[in-house]
Ligand binder design. Structure first.
Ligand SMILES: Nc1ncnc2c1ncn2[C@@H]1O[C@H](COP(=O)(O)OP(=O)(O)OP(=O)(O)O)[C@@H](O)[C@H]1O
Ligand SMILES: [Mg+2]
Ligand SMILES: [Zn+2]
Length: 278
């Protein structure tokens, strides 16, 4: 009986909170007593400073994860280094480009709706009017929001497919087209500027890419120098059926981009600088 009482006393003493259970810094509890099925048990808890330390570490981990995710998305976007600076923040505003800016910003702001409605654009118009710039601004803004985007020139994707034939045969093409299909948004820059030597094969590749997106109900943004009649002809199959153009128009309704070439304007500016050097 005496032994039992002593045991109980020791046990209770062990169980009770003592000075070690309080944080010397914030004076908060580092342990607490809880009743588990009738037995009192001491369990560890986080004091205020431990909580802060934990929260700080969690935020660091979260940020590292975000940065890592962004890097991976950027890598998978296939985007050339030089287009990474195409951003709405760097946008040079002028009278001609206000509508383009609005379209781009609104598209990104309403991305969930655009994605659901499978909405893209065909930006067509003369060289140097900022079609590529606008498309890559959209790509960069969406990537920043963790949307998987692939943004690549049509020539580049065709070359990649040709290269993959050498290594993987026909399977290479299937794999590349599948990976394009996986992106939430595909940007095909400079459609219609492909080589013409193997036009039949290229038409088939472009058809496969657009058809895969069409069937998956996933949006595409296209830029082209061709007007709509020229584009239709360029994409026309050997059997003279417009199945590619037809899909494109539904996926990516055309928007004409007017104005004078920004390259010409930049060239003029450089001529002025040159004059000052002479
Ligand atoms: N809004 C803008 N802000 C800053 N620079 C721009 C803007 N739009 C275009 N530029 C610059 O002007 C030049 C031409 O633009 P871009 O390449 O987008 O034209 P494009 O319409 O795609 O031409 P092309 O039809 O020949 O491909 C590029 O150097 C681009 O960086
Ligand atoms: Mg372009
Ligand atoms: Zn503490």
């Amino acid at each position: 009986m005496v032994e039992k009482t002593i045991n109980k006393m020791i046990h209770t003493k062990e169980l009770a909170l003592n000075s070690d259970d309080y944080c010397p810094k914030c004076k908060g509890k580092k342990s607490m007593m809880i009743n588990i099925l009738g037995n009192m048990r001491k369990v560890p808890v986080l004091c205020k400073c431990e909580k802060e330390k934990y929260e700080k570490q969690r935020m660091i981990d979260e940020n590292t994860e975000k940065i890592y995710k962004l890097e991976r998305l950027r890598e998978h976007s296939l985007m050339d280094e030089c287009f990474k600076s195409c951003t709405f923040e760097n946008w040079k505003h002028d009278k001609n480009s206000q509508n383009m800016y609005r379209i781009g910003i609104n598209y990104c702001d309403r991305w969930q709706e655009m994605k659901k409605k499978n909405m893209g654009f065909t930006f067509w118009g003369p060289p140097g009017t900022g079609k590529t710039y606008l498309s890559f601004c959209i790509a960069n803004r969406l990537l920043q929001n963790y949307v998987p985007v692939i943004a690549i020139s049509t020539i580049n994707i065709i070359n990649r497919i040709y290269d993959s034939y050498k290594r993987y045969g026909q399977q290479g093409e299937v794999q590349i087209i599948n990976s394009l299909k996986n992106a939430s948004l595909l940007i095909l820059d400079d459609l219609g500027a492909e080589y013409t030597s193997k036009a039949g094969k290229e038409k088939q590749i472009i058809y496969s890419i657009l058809d895969a997106r069409y069937r998956d109900k996933k949006p595409v943004i296209v830029t082209t120098n061709l007007n709509l009649k020229q584009l239709k002809e360029k994409l026309r199959g050997n059997d003279r059926i417009d199945r590619t153009y037809d899909r494109l128009l539904e996926l990516a309704p055309p928007i004409e981009i007017k104005g004078i070439s920004k390259r010409v304007a930049e060239g003029k500016e450089k001529t002025q600088i040159l004059k000052t050097l002479l």
